[in-house]
Design a protein around this ligand. Sequence first.
Ligand code: ATP
Length: 458
Amino acid sequence: MASEPTELTAYEGEATIEKVASLGRRRGFVYPSSDIYGGLGSAYDYGHYGVLLKDNVKGAWKRSMIQEREDMVALDSAVILNPEVWIASGHVGGFSDPLVDCRTCKLRFRADHLETSSCGKRPSKRPGESPDCDLTEARSFNLMFETHIGAVADSASAAYLRPETAQGIFINFKNVTSSLRVKPPFGIAQIGKSFRNEITPGNFLFRMREFEQMEMEYFVPPAEAEEWYRYWIAERYRWYTGLGIRTSHLRIRAHDPDELSHYSSGTSDIEYLFPIGWSELEGIANRGDFDLRAHTERSGQKLEWIGHEERYVPYVIEPAAGADRAALAFLVDAYDEEEIEGRPRTVLRLHPRIAPVKAAVLPLVGNDAALVEKARGLFEDLRTHMTTEYDDSAAIGKRYRRQDEIGTPWALTIDHESLNDGQVTLRDRDTLQQERIAIEGVRALLLDRLEAPWSPRL
Ligand code: ATP
């Protein structure tokens, strides 16, 4: 699926990474980490709404990858594995980026990203472009974080924080096939933290040194690998669009042969058009039998499929996504600013399933006991089924604005009329339309809408 000829070249919309980061901080989604100590470069802490949002991203991934399938099992492997794992996988020898240092501005750049980097002294120039730049030759720099196990920090105790979750899956191939009812084609899916000592982290959640991955390894008979590779590219693309990402800002880019990793016979990236340009959201690779063979060789344990009449080393198709990067794409895609009746409004038009809070219950005024009681009753009922907020703290307009900024799709306002007619006003975040509905029917209606198809703004 090559890119369309009419493909966009620049992000369309009101978002910039800075605006999204600033809203994130102001509204309790994401804070710079270690803030009171001056921060720690490109590390972030998720606040209340950020936790809910990222949980929804991971929940949607687990639902489509595991719950709605019969050919998938889950795994949660350790972060620190036997260091042999990383020797076998090739990470100890080869998980590195080529780097250059600038002796003038003392910054370090990825040699393969010079075109898109900025000189430390003259940010409008590329490193090496201005006469003052003094770049070293490119050197290789291993991205794995090293640590030590036990009390003594010597070379015998050295270990690594995992730079990807995938290897935890390969080393459990035997455990899984001998304990669960699986048969190729089948997959093992896992979500977890990964750590990379990135040289040029940045752009908010896009590239951090500690981040969360959502990876799945799909084991198939070798002859079917190409077909499943195509299948997973389409399936993963569908996942993003199904959750509202604009198709105009999403593309599939096949790697050129000289870009392919040593193990891969085909890789395609799903890319999103961020305000910083087209960038990888997820990679889907046909890894062949590289990993199972590498671990068989190093561990001496045969990692193969043994059926009734067959025995082979499966090929592996790997869709590898980032939970933080996906969360950023959802936020950027949803961010909008507009003017309503002469007043500015910032709104996150998140898919309802991704939105941190689904419904807000608001008594029209907060100091009327009857309204409060009615509203609290609805709130208590709703919150056992979906994340709901109750708010009676300010003027109604201010409360709506706050819910718009955190992306709550539905606001339910209880007014004096509600006490007589048992109805509530349902305000839609995107259309701003208001409809009167029976309080009794609210829960069922919202549960229905949560499952209904939802389209992003055009
Ligand atoms: P990139 O080229 O952006 O460094 P990659 O090709 O090295 O990414 P993979 O190893 O394929 O990335 O990892 C799978 C996914 O994990 C990426 O598509 C991305 O969503 C996420 N990811 C990788 N590195 C980071 C990071 N430093 N911060 C946040 N997410 C990351």
